[in-house]
Design a protein around this ligand. Sequence first.
Ligand SMILES: Nc1ncnc2c1ncn2[C@@H]1O[C@H](COP(=O)(O)OP(=O)(O)O)[C@@H](O)[C@H]1O
Ligand SMILES: [Mg+2]
Length: 362
Amino acid sequence: MTDQTPILTIESVEKSFGTTAVLQGVSVTLHEGEVVALLGASGSGKTTLLRVAGGLERPDAGRITIGSSVVFDASSAVDIPAEGRNLGFVFQSYALWPHMTVAANVGYGLRLRGASAADREARVLAVLERLGLGALGNRYPHQLSGGQQQRVALARAVVYEPPIVLLDEPLSNLDANLREEARAWLRELIVTLRLSALFVTHDQVEALAIADRVVLLNRGIVEQVGTPESLYGDPKSLFAATFLGSNNVFLVMLDPTSKQADGTAMVSCGPHRIRSTLQSNSGATPASTAAIRVERVSVNPDLNVGPDWTSLSLQLRTSLYMGERWEHVFDLNGHAFRAWGTRRLEPGRHSVHLPVEGVWVF
Ligand SMILES: Nc1ncnc2c1ncn2[C@@H]1O[C@H](COP(=O)(O)OP(=O)(O)O)[C@@H](O)[C@H]1O
Ligand SMILES: [Mg+2]
């Protein structure tokens, strides 16, 4: 599917606005045919990084290479403007021209590039067909639904077959139902068109679902890069762990003498002793923070727990019915500790089971 040829390389990019350092030495590589998500909270620098890659914003330092061409190098004053970088852009706002038809919006970039009228018409028609917009070429943007406008914005970005598309929160203006459908549609489209895509989102599920790799940004610094599975299943910092999923986070004391060669150790939380896994750079001090994804906590009384599990007897505080599951809230040393289950629980104490590989210590 993807090979390992870099098509876009961003190296050690820095960007400040006034005294605010927005990008603090960011490096990201996009390979041919790959979909990379830039994931981060609002204000973490995602849009700035995308604009820097596209030549819409000038970084203070760093180097950007597209294919084999250096398009920006702060040390040698190379700075190819946006139109020379041959990238497709999809902005959060769609930015369609309201006075132009769908076909004219989509063909605009081809016109700028000097394509003949006949060539333009054929290519616009082909891309509209491909995106399921074949019948809408003569409509104006205000005559389209949000989902259709979003497709037009994408059609406009891909019509001249740029090797790379940059997408800034392309689904965030869609309502929740449409958005979930659009994930599958967008992923399928990027893959069938064999595009390389760098897309920005603050939505963790969107990033995990659509991307081959995820770059997690934390205030202008790359916190972790990896496949969706590795980021979700093996976070290297407390920030990365808690940015994704639903978690129980609690303070623990690490018993330094209990560290095993396999990276596991015992921690205590009040009267409880818990088998846990030390994540990178963790366990430097006895006072640590532990996290476990809520779905990894089990309250199944029939569970056959082996030596790799810790079983705690915890008081049930309350239970919430969530439709497809129950959420049970227990008391762990005075703090709420959540678990999901498929049935109602009686009031009182219950055995709560934690797998050692699911309890991460940072
Ligand atoms: N043109 C600008 N002038 C001043 N500050 C800016 C400008 N663009 C972005 N910023 C600031 O940079 C930070 C990151 O913004 P942005 O890249 O848009 O983040 P994100 O897309 O992750 O929400 C924010 O604090 C924002 O206010
Ligand atoms: Mg943004």
